[in-house]
Write a protein that binds this ligand. Structure first.
Ligand code: ZN
Length: 127
């Protein structure tokens, strides 16, 4: 039979095209493999909808991680005004997508995004 016999690792959908989660670059252009080579040994497969959601979650995590470093006074990509701006815009995008009808996600909620946007706004005012 066909080689695609599995189901989506997130929603369990079968009989649909599955995509292997790409370990390409993160939101800030860094490669993932360098940091976590082990993740590629157990690749996950997602249907189209879930892989889109996974990408949103990935961007959110990248931004959250850098923001936490920023507020902790550690070196952060977000200390660059330009990157901070770009991250803020991306969060606004995520919020809009998650707020839409097609944006229901089991990985990330609009509330998470709104909260981070609020924290970033506060930080931006302070600096
Ligand atoms: Zn799925």
């Amino acid at each position: 039979m066909g080689s695609v016999s599995g189901s989506c690792n997130a929603c369990g959908a079968t009989g649909t095209a599955l995509m292997k989660l790409s370990l390409g670059k993160d939101f800030f252009g860094r490669t993932y493999d360098r940091l976590s080579p082990s993740t590629d040994q157990s690749p996950k497969w997602y249907c189209e909808g879930c892989s889109m959601q996974k990408n949103l979650q990935r961007d959110f995590r990248d931004i959250l991680g850098e923001f936490d470093k920023l507020v902790a006074g550690q070196g952060s990509t977000l200390s660059s005004q330009e990157e901070f701006q770009r991250a803020s815009l991306r969060l606004r995008e995520l919020s809009a997508i998650l707020g839409g009808a097609a944006g229901q996600s089991s990985f990330l909620t609009a509330a998470d995004v709104t909260q981070l946007m609020g924290r970033m706004q506060t930080a931006a005012v302070r600096t």
